[in-house]
Write a protein that binds this ligand. Structure first.
Ligand code: NAP
Length: 447
């Protein structure tokens, strides 16, 4: 990869880049099929990605006609990196085996190692014969919606595609590596005012929050809506707060420490609840949920903003869903995309139907939604929420930070980029957007 990196650093022409041979192997972060049972019987919390995530050379696969090789400059850790590394709720090798049964090209994905990573920024270094809109040398951001465009079910909203997958989670050859295999329809222009790592952290979480709140496909937030946001300084929540503020809504951010509460205030979110300080006990020791605690939470929200939430932005799942359904406004929406604390959900259905609330589901974003979000970031209307940057060798350590909720916002990972802060091509725009805005989470974390 050194020759490729030198050429990128020297701003080599498209033709020159296209003529550099793609190496037969490359460095990547991966989990191993024969270790998928290593944590059996252990408590989730104790499953340590540092035991399961390996960094090493992997063989380069062949490139399909609709794909490109991207020299990965940076990537990021997502919660799906955690899920893969602790083999929960299922080892991801089952996804790869299913993809392998679909086609000859799909068969490449079933290997004894799974290269993880569902975000990234980098430079296109080779394009397949069917790729039209991209060429070697293009600086790109990658979104993780892996879609089979020969399937009619993927042609209204591609997230409804029968075999829609998340790249680097349900496919192999993900972004936590020096090279990645990406479908051409996953590419978006890299925001010019951001560094490689500032660009790389956004696409997965930002696009998910965009679909959940803004697009026509989920809760369709409007001006004046009160939006309760769980994990408001986390990966999803940090973008959700910005989208609500930009869209004329009123965010109520829930976090779990005074430091995170302070960060939210700096972002312009005035209504903040520290769930730890409040000590809510939605679930009693008897394993039942406690409506009086839901009521206390609802009162705290009303005390802050004078009304109940029009929208509840849900992802913690089992621990919070009962409360989320309860506190939503009459006729309001609970939009959910995840269940970090458990996926078997309980809520009191009377509060849902008698108050005409609805629960709507959401999952990542289609290409149009991801591109719309990328444009907002490129215009400086949404800021990256990167709080820390790791080397590729430290992928597992970074995943542990997220697993144990020790982080804020997003954690970036340097792949080929030799240090932080590289890859910025429009310094004037960067000044205009404001370095303090771009670096808010990093500065808050002391980085
Ligand atoms: P994250 O960066 O870890 O942030 C989640 C935040 O949720 C944490 O910072 C924490 O904030 C809060 N939280 C965690 N457990 C909680 C609990 N029991 N009760 C209340 N709050 C809790 O993770 P993320 O990237 O935002 O992802 C969150 C979830 O969404 C994960 O399960 C992930 O797999 C999923 N996800 C799904 C999609 C999709 O397309 N379907 C996309 C992205 C993520 P405080 O401690 O400050 O309250």
């Amino acid at each position: 990869m050194k020759e490729i990196l030198d050429a990128i650093n020297a701003d080599a022409s498209s033709d020159d880049l296209a003529n550099i041979p793609i190496p037969e192997s490359y460095r990547a972060a991966y989990v191993k099929r024969d270790e998928a049972g290593m944590f059996e019987g252990m408590d989730s919390w104790d499953k340590d990605p540092r035991q399961s995530v390996h960094i090493g050379e992997v063989p380069t696969p062949e490139l399909a006609p609709d794909e490109v090789f991207v020299a990965m400059m940076a990537s990021s850790i997502n919660f799906n990196t955690v899920w893969t590394s602790i083999f929960e709720p299922l080892p991801t090798f089952g996804f790869l085996d299913r993809l392998a049964r679909e086609s000859e090209w799909g068969a490449r994905h079933a290997r004894d190692h799974h290269i993880i990573g569902s975000d990234g920024s980098g430079v296109v270094v080779r394009v397949g014969s069917a790729v039209r809109n991209w060429k070697p040398g293009d600086r790109v951001n990658i979104h993780c919606n892996h879609v089979d465009d020969q399937d009619p079910s993927a042609h209204d909203d591609s997230m409804l595609g029968a075999n829609q997958r998340i790249w680097g989670f349900e496919t192999n050859f993900g972004g936590l590596a020096d090279l990645a295999v990406v479908k051409a329809n996953q590419l978006m222009p890299k925001p010019t005012h951001l560094s490689w790592e500032e660009s790389a952290v956004n696409a997965l979480c930002a696009s998910t929050s965009y679909r959940m709140l803004v697009s026509q496909n989920a809760s369709r937030m409007k001006q004046g809506d009160v939006v309760l946001i769980w994990g408001a300084t986390g990966g999803l929540g940090g973008y959700a707060v910005q989208l609500v503020l930009n869209g004329g809504g009123i965010p109520v951010g829930v976090v779990s420490s005074p430091e995170k509460a302070e960060l939210l205030k700096q972002m312009g979110c005035e209504a903040v609840i520290d769930r730890k300080a409040a000590g809510y006990r939605f679930w009693g020791e008897d394993g039942q949920q406690d409506e009086t605690e839901w009521r206390r939470f609802g009162k705290d929200i009303r005390n802050l903003v004078g009304e109940d939430p029009d929208i509840v932005f849900e992802h913690p799942g089992r621990q919070t869903m009962g409360a989320s359904v309860f506190v939503a406004k009459k006729g309001g929406t609970i939009v959910t995309c995840a269940a970090t604390s458990g996926y078997m959900i309980e809520y009191d259905n009377r509060h849902l139907w008698m108050k005409l609330k609805r629960i709507t589901s959401s999952h990542f974003a289609n290409y149009a939604e991801a591109s719309a979000m990328n444009k907002l970031i490129d215009r400086g209307a949404i800021q990256p929420i990167i709080s820390g940057t790791y080397e590729l060798e430290q992928t597992a350590e970074a995943a542990l930070q997220i697993h144990h909720n020790l982080h804020e916002g997003k954690l970036g990972v340097l792949c080929l980029a030799e240090s932080e802060g590289l890859g910025i091509t429009d310094t004037e725009k960067r000044e205009r957007v404001g370095v303090d805005n771009i670096r808010r989470f990093a500065n808050h974390a002391g980085g």
